[in-house]
Design a protein around this ligand. Structure first.
Ligand SMILES: Nc1nc2c(ncn2[C@@H]2O[C@H](COP(=O)(O)OP(=O)(O)O)[C@@H](O)[C@H]2O)c(=O)[nH]1
Ligand SMILES: Nc1ncnc2c1ncn2[C@@H]1O[C@H](COP(=O)(O)OP(=O)(O)O)[C@@H](O)[C@H]1O
Length: 419
């Protein structure tokens, strides 16, 4: 970034110091969304981003017991206050927050008193995902998506018939690159196998509990497979993204098709056996299923192999004949050849955003002012959050955020450093 934006920031700050909203504990932001004009004003410590009909009231409920930031919608056309279905992991309460309407489909929340990896969240109010969910759940819906700085690689969807070696290949990948990949732990109604751990291999659950969670919009996809219900919760994918890792999903062909149709951009890989006989041999030798279950899995494998190889869903097809060769091919298509495992970049050296701060949106840049309003001449700290290259979003994280610190003094810009 050059000098011009920094000077621009300085000018704006001196002119608009009172135009920034400072939030205190329990404060609430109101963001009004429609498809017309955008007006921003401050009223009684509430930042209002006005562009039309629905008002999104974020945080600041009277209920002190809630540990997360709550959302309500005031429908100005009917005068009703609506509690929407809130999808995605909700941000934890913070000491104060600011809200800015972005691109008319999502609201950026900047959390005060939060660490740099937890300070930017998006409340999606009219994105493709929210519209899809609103239609299928037949109720008002909003979705949280946490902002992640920089790029994160696309999730990887791995499918293939039972016994082909998906689990074995994924385990290899996670063992060699423990800091790079994270497994999306699915929910299932099937009984655990002897060596399977709840919360590690699957979240083992009752059908009625899972059906309710599906109805509540908590699942990215689900399918009935071999007589049981399996599904990927939105949270399962988010937990991995939170760790700064690339998510791996082991799901069946129906699930892959659903994910393909969703807004989650992923790489789709289908694993084939070298022959049907070899598939049967592997299933039997694994020794985890009864004869009846093996027969059912083999019957289903025929259809899965046909669908998996028929095109349209999968980007890559790998034949798992020799395990080592297949694993090398997998690494090659993921661009991992010759790569030694790395640890995710630490964010600990970055400063926390103070509770008292204010925000201003200029084009695709958000200025976060951390200077107390009454301290005019003292040094101040400004952050510039560039949201021009956002990617992803709910379900999952919003990637591509760029955050800069700008150190300025009353006499002008003193320095700027990229975080
Ligand atoms: N759609 C969907 N399929 C899943 C999910 N989790 C696992 N599966 C698929 O369910 C099938 C059966 O899995 P499992 O009972 O663990 O047996 P295995 O494939 O023989 O190890 C496999 O094809 C998995 O890929 C999920 O969350 N969603
Ligand atoms: N390339 C391979 N050659 C021989 N056996 C394999 C190969 N890949 C996996 N296996 C074995 O086949 C069985 C099924 O593999 P698994 O990873 O459980 O399959 P999936 O997760 O697709 O159901 C396991 O016992 C595994 O050790």
């Amino acid at each position: 970034m050059g000098e011009a934006p920094a000077l621009f920031v300085e000018d704006l700050l001196s002119e608009h110091t009172n135009g920034f909203a400072s939030k205190s504990k329990g404060s609430q932001t109101t963001t009004i969304v429609s498809d017309k004009t955008l007006v921003q004003f401050i009223a009684h410590q509430n930042l209002r981003s006005v562009i039309g009909f629905n008002q999104y009231l974020i945080g600041g409920t009277d209920d002190e017991s809630t540990s997360t930031i709550e959302v309500r919608i005031f429908d100005r056309s009917t005068g009703q206050l609506i509690v929407p279905k809130v999808l995605g992991t909700k941000p934890k309460q913070c000491k104060g927050h600011s809200a800015v309407l972005l691109n008319e489909d999502r609201i950026l929340i900047v959390k005060g008193g939060s660490s740099p990896d937890d300070c930017t969240w998006f409340l999606e109010v009219d994105t493709k995902f929210v519209r899809q969910q609103r239609e299928s759940l037949e109720t008002e819906v909003v979705a949280w998506s946490k902002g992640i700085r920089g790029e994160a690689e696309k999730p990887i969807v791995i499918s293939g018939p039972s016994g082909v070696g998906k689990g074995t290949l994924i385990a290899e990948l996670m063992k060699e690159f423990p800091s790079m990949f994270g497994f999306s732990v699915s929910h299932t109604t099937r009984a655990p196998r002897e060596k399977e751990k709840d919360g590690v291999h699957y979240h083992f659950t009752d059908r009625s509990v899972m059906e309710k969670a599906i109805k509540d919009g908590k699942f990215l996809e689900f399918a009935a497979v071999h007589g049981n219900l399996y599904g990927t919760s939105i949270e399962a994918v988010e937990v991995v993204a939170d760790e700064g890792k690339r998510c791996i999903l082991d799901i069946d062909v129906q699930g892959a098709r659903s994910v393909r149709a969703s807004s989650l951009e992923a790489i789709f890989i289908f694993i084939c056996p070298p022959s049907f006989d070899e598939l049967e041999k592997r299933l039997r030798e694994r020794g985890t299923e009864t004869e009846e279950q093996i027969q059912k899995r083999l019957r289903n494998a025929k259809a899965e192999l046909e669908q998996g190889q028929s095109g349209g869903i999968f980007d890559h097809i790998l034949v798992n004949d020799d395990l080592e060769a297949c694993y090398e091919s997998l690494k090659k298509l993921l661009g991992l050849e010759g790569i030694v495992s790395t640890t995710p970049k630490s964010l600990s050296e970055l400063v926390d955003l103070p509770a008292v701060h204010s925000v201003l949106k200029i084009d695709q840049k958000i200025l976060i002012n951390c200077r107390p309003a009454e301290v005019e001449k003292a040094s101040k700290q400004l952050f510039v959050l560039d949201v021009s290259a956002l990617k992803g979003g709910a379900p999952g994280r919003t990637r591509g955020l760029n955050l800069y610190a700008v150190d300025t003094f009353a006499n002008g810009v003193d320095g700027m450093k990229q975080l």
